[in-house]
Design a protein around this ligand. Sequence first.
Ligand code: AMP
Ligand code: MG
Length: 342
Amino acid sequence: MPDHNSANSYCLGIESTADDFGAAIVSFEGKVLSNANDTYMPKEGGIHPREAARHHAEVAEKVLAEALDKAEIKPRDISIVAFSQGPGLGPCLRTGATAARALASYLDVPLVGVNHCVGHIEIGKLATGARDPVTLYVSGGNTIVSAFEAGRYRIFGETLDIAMGNCLDVFARAVGLRQRRGAPFGAVVEELARKGKKFVSLPYTVKGMDLSFSGLLTAAVQAFRSKKGSLEDVCFSLQEVAFSMLTEVTERALAHTEKPEVLLTGGVAANKKLQSMLEVIADEHGARFCVVPLRLAADNGAMIAWTGILAYKSGMSVPVEKSFVNVKWRLEDVYAPWVEGQ
Ligand code: AMP
Ligand code: MG
């Protein structure tokens, strides 16, 4: 039995929902000892689920070994194994789950299935000290405004179509941008946007508390092709409109819940412009603005390991034979008994 509060109890966390295969070691008191990762880079176009899964299977051994090496622990020191159980791309999730099941069985330790979205929220809370935030979780596959109410992470608003990060990535590819030195497309758009001077009008779509980015994406690509502005101007305008939409919904959730913090998490949290816009509304409502550090912003194993530890300490684990992945596992369906005691 692992000691619940010991610095010598460790969780191995495996993340594999989309393009990243991550493995990390986190101690039961919340110290991230290692956070190894390898990202699948498609030769062209977006993520091909089976190709990404093949990538994950190929790099798994190397990434797992790196996680153990950096943490300076041996496989036998692992107390529990946590994995991303969903939501995500089926073939990718199944590859990570297979590795997790094999390791948990071989080491004879408990297996914990983690909801990927909860992982992003919990790692943001751990890294920033936020206790009860309104969270804006923006990534390649998800866009959710959430806060904890009555035992669950409730969804106050979300995208009705594509995710914020996906919108930026597809836009970047459509206008012919290239990723330099492995920088994500969102970061490339951000850099260009800083040089934009003219605002090009683009559709702003907030429906109730939900958001839509697909029309905005099409309009931004068209604005570039029909030369309504320079590429820099269109990047600037796309960010202005999309981030204003996100800020509006987050502010309304904050006004309604009166939470003490605003937490920005997920890969798009790296964006300085989005950070500055959310900081303004947090200040106006007397809430502390918290942003996940860059190294923990995109998909990573540490967020899965830490959430696995929280769940395990609340008595949760899953038998290997019942550890099916759940590609559509919604945030608000997650039983999260640990949150109230945090
Ligand atoms: P994730 O899905 O959490 O792994 O995050 C990946 C997403 O974050 C991709 O859509 C990236 O383009 C996006 N991203 C990364 N850095 C930035 C940035 N500086 N600005 C906007 N988006 C970003
Ligand atoms: Mg990713």
